[in-house]
Design a protein around this ligand. Sequence first.
Ligand code: GLC
Ligand code: CA
Length: 560
Amino acid sequence: MKKTWWKESVVYQIYPRSFKDSNGDGIGDLNGITEKMDYLKELGIDVIWLSPVYESPNDDNGYDISNYQEIMKDFGTMEDYDRMLSAAHERGIKIVMDLVVNHTSDEHPWFVESRKSRNNPYREYYIWREGKDGKEPNNWGSCFSGSAWEYDKQTDMYYLHLFSKKQPDLNWDNPKVREEVFTMMDWWCKKGIDGFRMDVISMISKVPGLPDGEIGKNGYGSFGPYVCNGPHVHEYLQEMNQKVLSKYDLLTVGECSGVTVEEAKKYASLDGKELNMVFQFEHMDLDGGETFKWNDKKIDLVELKQVLTKWQVSLMGKAWNSLYWCNHDQPRMLSRLGNDSDEYREISAKMLATCLHMMQGTPYVYQGEELGMTNVPFEKLEDFRDIESINAYHELVGGKVLDDASMMKYLRYKSRDNARTPVQWDDSPNAGFTTGTPWIMVNPNYKKINAKDQLAREDSVFHYYQKLIALRHEKDIIVYGDYALLLPEHPAVYAYTRSLDGEMLLVLCNFSGKEQDIQALCEDYKEKETELWISNYENASLSRGKLRPYEAAVFYFPAK
Ligand code: GLC
Ligand code: CA
């Protein structure tokens, strides 16, 4: 396989609003990121993915952009941005920008024009349709509740918004839209950025006719089959690649809801015609159900192994994977897949990290994951800030699909806000995030879980991530080795191998709080010459034949 820097990198995602506030207004900002650049250098990451920092009215925390070439006032100025970019580059850290171009804000000048009249030159920049029998043009529901259509009185037509009504969808079938987006991307590339994370990029091409979808519990039709991996998406990405991406040396990752393995082979093919890699959702959707993500179901390990193995094996030698447990749209992985009790918090955080970071693909660390940050004990609806969570509460409780107590329990478990509370820097008020009032509550556990403590302790989660990242930089087998699953039916142990040129790695992870007997598996390996590369316990050994609660260990077997 061809060696490239983005296959060998570890990416760290920053959600700027919650990372570090430098001026006491309670909102994280660019100068805050610059302040913490040495911290990131110490962790050892190669790339920062910056969630949107562009001008935005913040209906969806910056994922609703009103000017792609200006910085959001809350976050600072373009000078602050340039300073941050240089501070990163001076330390050998690359910056990947979030590209949100499935939609804009309704306050973007294109949309302000577009809604003015039916023959405005910007009309075709968006997706406008006539109503049907005095109702919406079709039955699609928006990702953030309610209809995906908003009626606009001025021209007596509806516009499409797959997300909030302040996020109208762009019409990618219009070549002018594509040109505008490509020109804007080129402008950022010329500035010296190092790549793009492309927001819901699998949804930019809609099936003509926009057919009704299957009705769900909320009473709306699902747009998925007519929007995800639509008819022209690959054509448009290839055009983007030719006109922009191929001219620079970039990391590109597409957020691809609804992506299948077969589709991923097109998006992220190693021939480089479209993107470097995709974010797939199959492992994150395993605990979904009738009321979408809103439940407190636990992910089944056997199913998780099946899904991740399918992605590992099917893309091998054909396309490239991205590896993640968490981001700004998911609850904290530690509370979802691990164990956030005092007893096992750090051990299980390290186990989850081991399991992910030893796979093939580019790993993503979400801010605070390296500290073992957990879900948040939100008390009431007013504690939440996220539009998805708040709207879902009103839709499902208001519509009597769920009762208040259940929905509050589900929000506490699954809300995106779990990942969006401030990074816990130290044990001073507000976790050292701000001297003002934070825009969203700080997790009260910051006195015990914070970066200051983590940095001071050799056995911390932070130092474990540091070691995992360093290992990946040193060892080709972690980056390029082939993956194979062991014990597929084991309900509590995730075991797999990686192999490259006769060398082998054995990765063992216990996903449970109970000791697990793996005697039979160990028999096959224990006589062989081996080296222990990393473990979250003292004295990990194959001769024990058992994995202790949440134990993880990686054994290396040299080529003979
Ligand atoms: C993506 C983002 C999410 C956002 C949505 C709409 O899924 O990751 O945060 O709400 O797109 O832009
Ligand atoms: Ca600030």
